[in-house]
Design a protein around this ligand. Structure first.
Ligand code: NAP
Length: 509
C-alpha cells in the first residue's frame, strides 16, 4: 500500500508512523495512507517566507500569470490520469471532470486577469488624493503582497478545484502557498501537484503540499502569514481560536457550512420555462458530486399551492438517477467520499426523518463501500422545522419547506439558516423578486435569479465562478474568496503613503 508524500522545501518527503487511511469509497478498501508525523512544518513555513516569497514578489503580475497559465494547461494535459485518480473518492467521470476542469478553468481565469494588472509588482488602490490644503502633500493607497505564507486548509470534496482556486489567487497576489487538502481524498491533490512538479513550472518555494493531518503547522504562523480555511464550522472554530493565529492577529478567511436555499416564486406556472429551470437545477444540485458541494441546495422553499407539483416533478427526475459504481458508464451518483462522511450523512438522514416527512428515497443502492440513500423530505411546519434550518446534511439530501407565498415570510425563513453561500430565487415578477433578493442579500455571498429570460443560459447556483465572490456571512463562515481582483486583497497589505506628490509619483509609477 502506498504512503502518500508531501512536497516540502521543493522536495518530496514522507511522514513516519501508520498515518491516516485513504479508502476507496466504492469498495471500502484502504488504498493508501498519509502521515505528517516527523515532517518539519516549521522549516516549510520558513522556506515559503524566505525563498518562495522573494521569488514571487520579484515577478510581475504578468509573469505570475504565466505560471498560472502553465499550471492550468498541465492539469488539462493530464486530465485522463487525474480523472482515474479521483475515482478513489467515489466520483463519477462527470463529477471528476467538474472538479478537475474547475481547477484548470480557475487558474486560467486568473492567468487571464493578470494581463489587466500589467507589468507591475504591486498595485495602486485608486488615485492620489489631497489630504490637506496643500497641493503638494498628497496620499496614495497601495496594495503590496504581505511577506508571509498563505496556509490553505481545504475540505475533502473538491481535492483539485479547492486547492487550485486558492492557489491561483494567492500566487497571483505574490504570496507563496502551503496547501493542506482534506486527507480523505488527497490522492488526487497529490497527483495534481506531481504533475506541476514534473512539468517544472513552479517557482522555487512557491507551493508546498502537506499530505495528512494538520500536525503542528498552525503553531508556526506569524504576523505576515494568513490562513484560508474551507471545511466544517466546528473545525473553523478551532482554526480561528488557534493560539498562534490569535497571538499574531493572523488574517483568517473561513468558508464553512451553508444551508443553501432555493425559492420558487408564487407566480411561476407549472411547466413554464422558469419552472423547469427550477426543477432541473434542483435535480443537478441534489445529485452532482453526490450532494457534497458547499453550494448544494439543502432547503427548497415552495408556495403551498405548488408543493405537490414540485414533489411530483422532482421524484420523476430522481427516479431516473442511477446509483452505483462511479466507474460504470451511466452511473449518476456514486458513494460519498469516506466512511466518516457516510456515517455523518446516514445520521443526518435519521435526524431529518424525525423532523420532516420522507417523500422519496432511492432504492437499489449498492451494498458496501460508502454509499448512502439519496433522500427528499418535506415539511409543512416552515419556520418550526428547526433541524432543517440548523443542520447541514452534506450529501444527496434536501427538504422541501412550504409557505404561504408572501415575500417577507420567506425572507425570514431563509435567514433562519444563519447566513449562506448562495441562494436562488425563481420568479418572473420584478416587485416580488426585488423584495426577496434585496431582503436576502445581507445573508448571502451570492444570489442566483432564475427567470424565463435566462432559463437556458445559466450554469446554475451550484457552480462557483472565479469572477464572482464566493463566501457568506454567519454560519457560512463570514469569509470571501475569488471575485476577480477582489480575492487578491486578502493576501495584500493596503498601505496609505503620504508625502510630496512629485516624490510619490517617482516611486509608485
Ligand atoms: P473538516 O472536517 O472541517 O476538514 C476541513 C479541513 O480541516 C481538512 O483539511 C482537515 O484535515 C482540516 N482539519 C481538521 N482538523 C483540523 C485542525 N484541528 N486544525 C486545522 N485544520 C484541521 O471538513 P470536511 O469534512 O473536509 O468538509 C466538509 C465541510 O466543509 C462541510 O461542512 C461543508 O459545508 C464545508 N465546505 C464548505 C465550503 C465553502 O466554500 N464554504 C466548500 C467545501 C466544503 P483532515 O482532512 O486531515 O482531517
Amino acid at each position: 500500500m502506498s504512503q502518500l508524500h508531501s512536497y516540502l522545501q521543493d522536495q518530496w518527503v514522507t511522514g513516519t508512523g501508520a498515518g491516516r487511511a485513504l479508502v476507496d469509497a466504492t469498495t471500502g478498501d484502504t488504498v493508501a495512507t498519509a502521515s505528517t508525523e516527523g515532517l518539519d512544518l516549521k522549516m516549510a513555513m520558513e522556506h515559503g517566507r524566505n525563498v518562495g516569497g522573494p521569488v514571487l514578489r520579484a515577478m510581475t503580475f504578468a509573469e505570475r500569470g504565466a505560471v498560472l497559465k502553465r499550471m492550468s494547461e498541465v492539469i488539462h494535459e493530464n486530465r485522463e490520469a487525474l480523472i482515474v485518480a479521483s475515482r478513489q473518492g467515489g466520483t463519477t467521470r462527470g463529477d471528476a471532470k467538474f472538479d478537475i476542469d474547475g481547477a484548470s478553468a480557475t487558474l486560467s481565469y486568473y492567468a487571464y486577469l493578470s494581463r489587466s494588472l500589467g507589468d507591475r509588482t504591486f498595485l495602486l488602490d485608486g488615485k492620489a488624493e489631497n489630504v490637506l490644503r496643500s497641493a503638494r502633500f498628497v496620499a496614495q493607497h497601495i496594495f503590496v503582497p504581505r511577506h508571509g505564507v498563505a496556509v490553505h486548509i481545504n475540505a475533502f470534496n473538491f481535492p483539485a478545484w479547492g486547492m487550485a482556486e486558492k492557489a491561483a489567487v494567492s500566487l497571483l497576489a505574490g504570496v507563496p502557498v502551503v496547501t493542506k487538502p482534506g486527507t480523505a481524498t488527497c490522492l488526487l491533490t497529490v497527483k495534481v501537484v506531481e504533475c506541476w512538479v514534473n512539468a517544472v513550472i513552479l517557482p522555487e518555494g512557491a507551493l508546498q503540499l502537506v499530505t495528512g493531518s494538520i500536525g503542528d503547522l498552525l503553531d508556526h504562523v506569524g504576523p505576515q502569514d494568513c490562513v484560508a480555511f474551507t471545511g466544517g464550522s466546528k473545525t473553523a472554530k478551532v482554526v480561528r481560536g488557534h493560539h498562534a493565529v490569535v497571538a499574531n492577529n493572523c488574517r483568517v478567511n473561513i468558508e464553512a457550512d451553508s444551508l443553501n436555499a432555493s425559492i420558487l416564486g408564487p407566480d411561476v406556472e407549472v411547466g413554464s420555462d422558469t419552472w423547469w429551470m427550477f426543477i432541473n437545477q434542483l435535480s443537478t444540485d441534489l445529485t452532482q458530486k453526490c450532494g457534497q458541494k458547499c453550494t448544494a441546495v439543502r432547503r427548497i422553499f415552495v408556495p403551498e399551492s405548488l408543493a405537490d407539483a414540485v414533489v411530483e416533478a422532482l421524484i420523476e427526475k430522481l427516479n431516473d438517477v442511477v446509483i452505483g459504481n462511479p466507474g460504470d458508464k451511466g452511473t449518476n451518483i456514486g458513494p460519498v467520499s469516506s466512511p466518516s462522511q457516510q456515517r455523518s450523512v446516514v445520521a443526518g438522514i435519521a435526524s431529518l426523518s424525525a423532523a420532516a416527512d420522507l417523500v422519496w428515497q432511492a432504492e437499489n443502492v449498492p451494498e458496501g463501500g460508502c454509499f448512502v440513500r439519496p433522500s427528499l423530505f418535506r415539511s409543512d411546519k416552515g419556520a418550526h422545522t428547526e433541524y432543517v434550518h440548523e443542520h447541514e446534511v452534506f450529501g444527496p439530501v434536501a427538504t422541501i419547506l412550504t409557505w404561504a407565498g408572501n415575500a417577507s415570510e420567506v425572507v425570514s425563513m431563509v435567514a433562519q439558516g444563519g447566513g449562506g453561500l448562495v441562494c436562488s430565487v425563481y420568479s418572473d415578477k420584478r416587485k416580488w423578486s426585488s423584495e426577496v433578493i434585496l431582503g436576502l442579500a445581507p445573508w448571502h455571498g451570492r444570489i442566483h435569479w432564475g427567470s424565463k429570460k435566462v432559463h437556458d443560459q445559466s450554469p446554475g447556483p451550484g457552480t462557483v465562478l472565479p469572477n464572482l465572490v464566493h463566501g457568506g456571512p454567519g454560519k457560512a463562515g463570514g469569509g470571501e474568496e475569488l471575485g476577480g481582483v477582489r480575492g487578491l486583497q486578502f493576501y495584500w497589505q493596503r498601505t496609505a503613503i503620504q508625502g510630496d506628490c512629485g516624490l510619490l509619483d517617482k516611486i509608485l509609477d
